[in-house]
Design a protein around this ligand. Sequence first.
Ligand SMILES: NC(=O)c1ccc[n+]([C@@H]2O[C@H](COP(=O)([O-])OP(=O)(O)OC[C@H]3O[C@@H](n4cnc5c(N)ncnc54)[C@H](OP(=O)(O)O)[C@@H]3O)[C@@H](O)[C@H]2O)c1
Length: 235
Amino acid sequence: MPVAVITGASRGFGNALAHALATRGWNLVVDAREPTALAAAADEIRAHAGAVVAVAGDVSDPSHRTAVREAVESLGGLDLLVNNASVLGPSPQPTLDRYPADEIERVLRVNTVAPLALTQLLLPRLVAAAGTVVNLSSDAAVEAYPGWGGYGASKAALDQLTAVLAAEQPALRVYAFDPGDMRTDLHQQAFPGEDISDRPPPEAMVPALLRLLDTGPPSGRYRAADLLTGAGPAR
Ligand SMILES: NC(=O)c1ccc[n+]([C@@H]2O[C@H](COP(=O)([O-])OP(=O)(O)OC[C@H]3O[C@@H](n4cnc5c(N)ncnc54)[C@H](OP(=O)(O)O)[C@@H]3O)[C@@H](O)[C@H]2O)c1
């Protein structure tokens, strides 16, 4: 059975992906900060089949990342790491002239530094399996939307880490994956008080990532919208 780590799998896209991979017979290590929600989510994912190891904690905490690695060892290896857990930052998002430095440091720690640190920790297992790393990106990484400077900068930096890691680790597939807008908690935080019911649910974007995994194109940045219509890699 292949093994995947999915960070931030208690809800949203990470949760939808965990269900899809479990249905396909993958064994999983999943995390999130809030332990009760994570345990409930893990029980539901476990109902499909296979092993699901839930490790509650914050991806920006080094001891939590070590616990994730120990969970991977308990499953005997690793084929796929999905760095999905992210925070938006303050809601509503402040413009850069008044973005608090401690808040942007927190966004960068969770969205950018933690995925790299977790990848470093799990790299030997990923290389041994000629595995895949998927880092969740956003259109805010490449578009200059007012108010999105903190979150967008964290995703732009993650895109560059993804590209350089891909160049350094030719034995791996290393993808930045932009799922597009999804009706999730994070998206609601970005549009506080607005009706976001016209956005697609995260389940609608999972087939795009499954297509990426199934077809295994070269490392690079891919958008769900292109994958769903069969188009090639994005910029
Ligand atoms: N929704 C969109 O429109 C959209 C668009 C483009 C890209 N994305 C990206 O897609 C990914 C998934 O987003 P989503 O919308 O599904 O978010 P979400 O619904 O808010 O879910 C986020 C998940 O990550 C966990 N999490 C958050 N911070 C964490 C931390 N520090 N350590 C461990 N777990 C943490 C959350 O659980 P806890 O709160 O319990 O920790 C939850 O399970 C993110 O990378 C996001 O940037 C989303």
